[in-house]
Design a protein around this ligand. Structure first.
Ligand code: AP5
Length: 214
């Protein structure tokens, strides 16, 4: 089973991916997390990606497809995976097709620009585990600290309002064409209202996965 979570920054892809991957025992393939790991490790790819991400632009399709193809060779992907924030361009989606990597379901999480900025500006993350919080909507038990390790939470470098607005623009221009791409591809496609509670969205996705018999 392979699932795609499509949607603008802050729509809740990462938050929901963590639940569904746990439910289904499949890995979460977040190209954003992979790039942030490369930055943390100080690799050549990380150094190049950092500048692009801080401007809110997209890393090149070749680099991303190379990363994803390598990741899919890992044994934990044998029973499927959830793509979180990938593909992000038609060329990336074509790359999956060309590699004969079939997709079963696409969930499009929808959110208005106003809410996107509110969600992103309040986001805090635990870098090591990827756990996601929000200072208003999903606060940690103790301010500024991860619930499990008690380590400090951080704000992502690309979560400033100016960069978020650039990311939204990039989404509308380069990623939104994937809506029609997948709707016309025959894959099961579900639109999810991202302006609901975390629990409501989780239940909605779970129910649709069961109904789709995947
Ligand atoms: P990436 O890391 O993929 O970021 P993104 O797609 O912009 O998405 P986000 O992680 O910002 O948001 P999300 O939808 O996961 O929301 P979350 O669940 O955290 O990419 C970063 C950069 O890497 C890109 O700009 C690009 O440069 C590069 N990149 C990555 N992939 C690439 C690719 N394939 N090709 C090229 N370049 C690529 O939720 C947000 C906040 O809201 C959190 O605080 C959360 O607690 C809160 N929240 C979530 N759900 C709810 C809810 N229902 N109600 C209230 N609050 C909620």
């Amino acid at each position: 089973m392979r699932i795609i979570f499509l949607g603008p920054p802050g729509a809740g892809k990462g938050t929901q991916a963590q639940f569904i991957c746990q439910d289904r025992n499949i890995p979460q393939i977040s190209t954003g997390d992979m790039l942030r790991n490369a930055i943390a490790e100080g690799t050549k790819l990380g150094l190049e990606a950092q500048k692009i991400m801080e401007r809110g632009e997209l890393v090149s399709d070749d680099v991303i497809l190379g990363l994803v193809r390598d990741r899919l060779r890992q044994p934990d992907c044998e029973n499927g995976c959830l793509f979180d924030g990938f593909p992000r361009t038609v060329a990336q989606a074509d790359g999956l097709n060309d590699a004969n990597i079939a997709v079963d379901v696409v969930f499009e999480l929808q959110l208005s620009d106003e809410l996107i900025v509110r969600r992103i500006s309040g986001r805090r993350v635990h870098e090591e585990s990827g756990r996601i919080y929000h200072i208003e909507f999903n606060p940690p038990k103790v301010d500024h600290l991860d619930d499990v390790t008690w380590q400090p939470l951080v704000q992502r470098h690309d979560d400033s309002e100016a960069v978020v607005r650039a990311r939204v623009e990039v989404y509308r221009e380069q990623t939104a064409p994937l809506v029609d791409y997948y709707k016309n591809s025959g894959v099961r496609y579900f639109e999810i209202d991202g302006d609901a509670t975390v629990d409501e969205i989780r239940n909605n996705i779970r129910e649709r996965l069961i109904a789709a018999e995947v």
